[in-house]
Structure formats: structure tokens, C-alpha cells
Design a protein around this ligand. Sequence first.
Ligand code: COA
Length: 160
Amino acid sequence: MPPSSARFHPPMNDLQSDDLQSDDVQTRRLEPREWAAVFPIVMQLRPGLDAEQFLDRVRRQSHGGYELVGAYRNGRLIGVLGMRPVHTLVRGPHLHVDDIVIEESERRAGGGRALMAYAEADARARGMTAVFLDARPEAIGFYQAIGYELHTTPSMKKIL
Ligand SMILES: CC(C)(COP(=O)(O)OP(=O)(O)OC[C@H]1O[C@@H](n2cnc3c(N)ncnc32)[C@H](O)[C@@H]1OP(=O)(O)O)[C@@H](O)C(=O)NCCC(=O)NCCS
């Protein structure tokens, strides 16, 4: 599947041709045969998983609609996002972003924004009305910079 090209920051008409090259992030869904190759980036977010556990979980989650999206700069994978459709009484049809990580050396250069823009466009195209996610404290500034707001429902858990 060819990557869908999306350019972010600054607007295209402010860019020189060289800037277009360096600032260009492409995003697309990953095929199952590509999942293994993204593990080195995913482990920067999920260091507790080994490659086999990662693939096993993605396979299981894919039965519920979970998909991986890759971000590329100059043809090189720089980031990954994992998302799934959810439909609940309280929230209706929405997209849940479970995982997002950009290669450490590539952060703060628009990759995260591009992945979230892909997920949002995809959610809109599927008739969903919102995106929800659980944010790490250190990533809250990122989400706020791209238009997300904190919501007040406390998240609770019990380890069994
Ligand atoms: C969070 C993460 C995905 C952001 O990706 P990124 O490519 O660095 O972000 P972008 O360059 O697209 O940034 C988009 C905007 O968010 C801002 N931003 C990015 N990271 C930020 C942070 N940690 N705190 C505050 N603002 C941040 C950028 O400055 C930019 O704002 P601007 O458009 O006003 O200049 C990336 O830092 C990452 O992989 N972190 C480690 C894994 C992680 O914590 N994932 C989230 C789990 S909830």
C-alpha cells in the first residue's frame, strides 16, 4: 500500500524545496508482514515486551480491529501508532489510541503529530466522533499541543 503523504509544519507555502524533503513525514497502515520490523521502535515505549510477545499481542488484538500505523521520513521508519475502534454506550463509536512512539533521535520534528493526524482522519472516515487515549504524564504537553484536553473520569485498575 503506498504511503499517504502528509506534510505538517510549517505550511507548505512557507517551505523551501529542501525543507519539504526534511520535513516530510509519510504515514500508512502496516501490513502484518511488516509488524516484526517495527519492534525496535515499539520497545522504546514497551520495554517489558520481547519481540515474540509483541507479535503475539498484536495478532490477538488485531482480531478486535487493532492496527499499526507507521511514520516514515525519507523512506525510513521513524515511528509507530497502535489504534483500535471502540463503541460504548457512553462514548459512542470512537477510536482508542493505545500506543504511539517516535524513534528517540527523531522526536520533536512532527512525527507524532503526523501519526495522530492519520489516526484522526481515519476515525472521521469511519464515522467516529472522538479519539480517546491514556496519556503518560510526560506526554500530556504533546497531546495538548495537538488539541487534546484532559478529561476528568478517573482511570482505575486492579491487578489480578
Ligand atoms: C510523545 C511523542 C510520540 C511525541 O512525538 P513527537 O514526534 O516528538 O512530537 P511532534 O514533534 O509531532 O510534536 C507536536 C507538538 O507537540 C509538542 N511536544 C512534543 N513532545 C512534547 C512533550 N513531551 N511535551 C510538551 N510538548 C511536546 C511539540 O513541541 C509540537 O508542538 P508545536 O507544534 O506547538 O511546536 C514522542 O515524544 C515519544 O515517542 N515519546 C516517548 C513515548 C511516549 O511517551 N509515548 C506516549 C505515550 S502516552
